[in-house]
Design a protein around this ligand. Sequence first.
Ligand code: NAP
Length: 263
Amino acid sequence: MKNSYAVVTGASSGIGEVFAKRLAGEGYSLILTARRKDRLKQLADELEENGTKCEIITADLSVTEECYRFAEELSDKTIGVFINNAGFGDCGKFLETDVDKELKMIDVNIRAVHLLMKLILRKMEQQNGGYLLNVASSAGLIPAGPYMATYYATKNYVASLTRAVAQELKESGSSVYVGALCPGPVDTEFNDVANVKFRLDGITPEQCVEYALKQMKHKKTLIIPTFTIQAATTMGRFIPQSLYIRFAGKQQKRKLGSCADIK
Ligand code: NAP
């Protein structure tokens, strides 16, 4: 995959921004997308100063046509790595949360991730190789998350889809990799957008990305960065689902006090 591109969605901040920096350090040319052009431009300038070829494509991935346009712009490039990362959350009681924000969340966290995954995996099959990493969440490995219900549901979708497709690729002897990154709390702008404050200390996006890239190269399907989260998701397999959901809800509910607009 020499002379290939690394593509990062949601590269304007947080985990995506750090993926872009790390992959540039590995010698890839970069293609970055998100909505905030100024942030992408600032990052691209910084990477180019260090000798990385870098293109930016602004797109609102909640809009299906924008996803197709973005994929079309990649059609003549060889893609070595695709980080399907753009996403956001929201917190609160389901009966009270903003439905428009939730539908947008479903569009970005599910529809865009699904569509780009399909289009890019097809392209990688034709190229005969490539790595596609979906950024899910530890929330995707927990059966349900009361008080952050929609976000957990979207990430369950991503984790489930990834595991199924990874199995299909293995069975067909494909040299294309697909995996899901499932971190617990990471200190990014996620909290501001989701209107939450983590109860557990977050890891840095640098720690998260370093671990993810190592595991991706080992072709691990589910990548869970910290021992605490690995232990929590493993333990979850051995307790009744209803109890696990109640426990997850309790953890989420404790965060509610930190959400300004939750009664
Ligand atoms: P972040 O700093 O808020 O970054 C989110 C990125 O997604 C931004 O670059 C944002 O760019 C982009 N994005 C959001 N809506 C978009 C849209 N409609 N179109 C295009 N891009 C959009 O948060 P983060 O923590 O790095 O989040 C990255 C991913 O990690 C998300 O999928 C999140 O669910 C997942 N994750 C985060 C944590 C955590 O604790 N932080 C834990 C587990 C999983 P623009 O606003 O410029 O469009």
